[in-house]
Design a protein around this ligand. Structure first.
Ligand SMILES: [Zn+2]
Length: 202
């Protein structure tokens, strides 16, 4: 039986090669022209680009430093009180408007200037209003005297799990953050011009 089947297969293969020249049929170009016909695909790509640009217009809800994770997957806002050395971190969604809860009771950040290094641990903040607990909160708080003395530093977070996605070796400068703020600068410029015009009138 085995031998018969093997013979049969090779006979079919030989027949196929002789008559049709299996595999040499130039079918693929036909398929390509089909997908190129509709311009819908490239149009969609442009729409998507515009959408992501739009999403970058958001502002930090608490006036702090915005840090983006992935391509507008989520955000983190850092607010420092230079007088008390208190650091508050808020985790936000892709539009930086609604809170995103992290399933962890603490966060560890490494802060560094050229010479000094400091590790700060933040604890999850309970919120009766939203039902957030110390183990599942969108807000984390901590305190360090380093933050009273240093107002420009690099932040390093070794690992962070947001909505089931792990982000490793997150680094950014404070207070710059890692989001482009071109729009904001333009805004400030026009405000300054407005003030200048006001004083000229006097
Ligand atoms: Zn953003």
């Amino acid at each position: 039986m085995e031998r018969q089947r093997a013979l049969g297969v090779s006979a079919i293969t030989a027949f196929c090669l002789l008559v049709f020249g299996c595999g040499s049929d130039p079918a693929p170009p036909k398929d390509q022209s089909k997908t190129n016909k509709g311009d819908g695909h490239s149009e969609h790509a442009t729409d998507h680009e515009a959408e992501s640009k739009k999403a970058h217009d958001h502002e930090a809800p608490h006036g702090g430093t915005l840090v983006v994770f992935g391509e507008e997957f989520a955000h983190m806002e850092m607010v420092v009180d230079e007088t008390s050395g208190k650091l508050t971190i808020y985790f936000l969604d892709g539009l930086a408007s609604n809170g995103v809860r992290l399933k962890t009771e603490s966060l560890t950040l490494l802060l560094s200037t050229g010479e000094k290094r400091e590790t700060i641990t933040l604890k999850g903040v309970e919120n009766d209003l939203t039902g957030e607990t110390v183990n599942e909160s969108s807000q984390f708080e901590g305190q360090s005297d380093f933050l009273k003395a240093n107002h420009k530093f690099e932040v390093h977070i070794s690992v962070l799990n947001i909505k089931g996605v792990e982000f490793k070796e997150v680094k950014f400068d404070f207070p710059e953050g890692n989001e482009a703020h071109d729009e904001d600068e333009h805004h400030k410029e026009s405000e300054a011009t407005g003030k200048h015009q006001g004083t000229e009138e006097r």
